[in-house]
Design a binder for this molecule. Sequence first.
Ligand SMILES: [Ca+2]
Length: 132
Amino acid sequence: MLNSATNIGQVDGGSGYDTLTLLAPESDIDLSDWVGQVSQIEQIKLSDGQGGDTLTVDLNALLGLTDANHHLNIELDSGDQFQLLGEHDEGTISVDANGFMTVLYQVYADPSRSTVASTVEVHYRPDPVPAG
Ligand SMILES: [Ca+2]
């Protein structure tokens, strides 16, 4: 398991399930900036308990950062923003018993959408229940 702040050096997750955890508040992250620095990861977490983070993802970044399965799990807080660029579907939404919302996107390699090149699963943590 990998843990890293926004100061990322060379990261190769290798085999197994590797998570990149970003702890800096109000991060504005474009995953395409990481291509060539980060590879073979399965999950990115911006779920620091606070909204206000922005994560931008495109196909090139997905192919560069993930392993051969080209599937990325992203964990966000409910107030974080997720932006997926390029050809993709609207996403299939599901909510589990604990209030976690999951949106599954298929990302296509071409405008005719004949080939699914990557899949992204975005997990949104529910708003924390106020104390008292
Ligand atoms: Ca967050």
